[in-house]
Design a protein around this ligand. Sequence first.
Ligand SMILES: [Zn+2]
Ligand SMILES: [Zn+2]
Length: 344
Amino acid sequence: MRAVRLQGIKDLRVEEVAAPTLQDPGDALLDVTATAICGADLLPYWGHVPGFEWGTIMGHEFVGVVKEVGPGVSRIKPGDRVVCSSTTSCGVCCSCRRGMASQCENLALFGFSGAYPKLDGGQAERVRIPNADRVLWPLPVEVSDEAGIFVADILSTAFRGVERADVRLGDSVAVVGCGPVGLMTILCARRLAGQVIAVDTVPSRLETARSLGAIPVDASGDAVAQVMALTEGRGAAAVVEAAGGVAALTSSLKMVRGRGTVSVIGAHFEPDFPLDAGLMFANEITLRVSIGSPTDDREQVLDLLRGGVIDPTTIVTHRVSLDDAPEAYKLFEAREATKVVMTP
Ligand SMILES: [Zn+2]
Ligand SMILES: [Zn+2]
C-alpha cells in the first residue's frame, strides 16, 4: 500500500509499504478515504520531536471505512464509515474512567513516535487502529468525509478551547492565532459571542477570519490596544489562545478583562514563562490549558456538523492526492495552504 513516511528532517516520501495487519483482539483495520495535514505534523517534519523514529507513517487526522476488526471489537463493524480520534486512549485507566481521555495513561498519537509510543498514522491507504471500539466513532450520514476529518482533532480542540473559556451569550471573545485551529475556534465562538476578535499577523489568515465573521486585528501593530479599543477599554471576556509561544500567551493575558478567562489551546513547550502574578491577582484572571480531547467531545462536535451549525470545510484550500503529500507539506509549511485534504 502507499503511505507517507517521514525519513528525515523535511524528507517526506510516499512509499510502497507492507499493509498493516491486526495485532491485538481490539484492533481494526481502516481504509482511509480522506486525511489532512495538521500543524502538529510539522513538528517532526522540522525535526522538533526528540526520539522520533524516521520511517513513521504520518497523520492523525483521518476518516475511512472499516475493513476488518479483531475478535475483541464489538461496536465497530466492517463497512462502518468512521472518524478516528487523533490519539488512542485505553478507556480503563484512572484518567479515562474520569472522562479525561487526553490524560490517558496509555495515550499514543497517530503518526508520531518519540514523544509518545510509536503509532503509524493515517496518511496512508490503510491504518491499524488499536482499541477500535473506543478510538473510532461512526460518522452520521449527514456528515461528509471532509467535514468528519475536523472532528479527529482541530474542531474538537477548538470546541474544548471555547468551552473552557466560559464564553457566555453575547460576550466579546478574542482568538489569538488564526491558523486552522484558531479559525475553528472562530467558527465555534461565533455561535455564542457578541463579537469575535481575530488576532494574527498574517494578512491571508486575517482575511479568512473576517470571512468567518470575526473582526480582524493585525498583531504586527499593538494587538492589546486594538482589542481594548474594540471592547470599550475593558478587554475581552474570554480569550482563546490558539497560537502557542510566549508572545501569544503574554498578550492574551493582557487583553482579557477583569474576571475573564484565557483558554490556551496553542501548543507550548517552553519550560518557563514570565507570568505577571500581580496582573492575574488584580484582574482575577482564570488561565486554563487544554490539549484537546476529541474522544470526549466528538459526539457534541458531530451534532454541530450534522445540524449544519458549523461548516469547517470552508477553510480547506487544497484537495490533493496522497501522492502529492511532499508538495502539500511545503505549501502548508509556507502558509500558502490553510488546510490540505489528501485522498489515497
Ligand atoms: Zn492535528
Ligand atoms: Zn486511559
